[in-house]
Design a protein around this ligand. Structure first.
Ligand code: PLP
Length: 261
């Protein structure tokens, strides 16, 4: 193992592969906060630097795919990486580079938040990269966490107008991945329902009251919280349940946060 501080290196780390967001609303800041709050250390592979306020993406600078891969390899060399969380990737070339590193570290659970666009609507993944995501990366992940908009794009469908169509899309996606957690944050109703689907297992529903708050970065927080719990040895179902509670608590205490452009 490389590095001078062996004691820190032996602590379980979550390797976060994601983009920065200068506003602090999403991306790496949220991921690191979450992993740290759940008692683990983070190590990083930065995929992109984004210049953002809470209402707009002003600039995106993608890191070269080989730089993303070398960051990942160094993080694996330096630390006991017990789980990986993947957020914004940007391009098919980055997806390929990340997939190649993960292929040599197959024992580590990977949670993929398929970030396609910012909450403010800007694209954060090239249109021609969806195929690479579904074909090369999703099958090696322990869990993929799309919201309803991402679920539709990943299955090449129109956004689901009703629960029946959302189920059909989720069922289609769950045939090619080990597990999919469909997030109901963009749906309607008084309860926010997320559904965990795994091939040959009954679906599991996770419910919480829907809070009248808009907060950026909740997808980043949820996926990082699942990765942190998996790193601590919890089962997938227990990890999702704990992550959902973590995001609910963060939303419930976020009333003082006023987005500012
Ligand atoms: N990663 C980055 C760098 C982002 O800027 C965003 C959204 O703005 C996301 C991820 C996705 O954020 P969310 O958790 O809201 O899906």
């Amino acid at each position: 193992m490389a590095g001078g501080d062996g004691a820190v290196a032996m602590m379980p780390h979550v390797l976060i592969v994601a983009g920065s967001d200068s506003s602090g609303g999403a991306g790496l800041v949220r991921d690191i906060e979450t992993v740290s709050t759940l008692g683990l250390r983070s190590c990083l592979a930065v995929t992109a630097v984004t210049v953002q306020t809470h209402v707009a993406v002003e600039h995106v600078q993608l890191m070269p795919p080989e730089l993303v891969a070398t960051q990942m390899r160094a993080a694996f060399d330096a630390n006991l990486v017990a789980a990986v969380k993947i957020g914004m990737l940007g391009t098919a070339a980055a997806i390929e580079a990340v997939g190649a590193v993960l292929a040599s570290n197959r024992q580590v659970p990977v949670v993929l938040d398929p970030v396609l666009a910012s909450t403010s609507g800007s694209s954060l993944l090239a249109d021609d990269a969806i195929d690479a995501l579904t074909r090369d990366l999703m099958p090696i992940c322990r869990l993929v966490t799309p919201n309803l908009v991402e679920l539709a794009r990943l299955t090449g469908s129109a956004p689901a107008p009703d629960e029946e169509e959302a189920w059909r899309q989720a069922d289609e996606l769950s045939r090619t991945v080990r597990a999919v957690l469909v997030k109901g944050g963009h749906a309607q109703g008084t309860r926010c329902i997320d559904v965990l689907l795994q091939p040959n297992l009954p679906a599991v529903r996770f419910e919480a009251p829907r809070l009248p708050r808009g907060m950026r970065g909740t997808g980043c927080m949820l996926s990082s919280a699942v990765a942190a719990s998996l790193a601590l040895g919890a089962s997938l179902e227990a990890s999702v349940s704990r992550a959902k509670q973590y995001v609910f608590d963060a939303l419930a205490s976020s009333k003082d946060i006023e987005p500012k452009s």
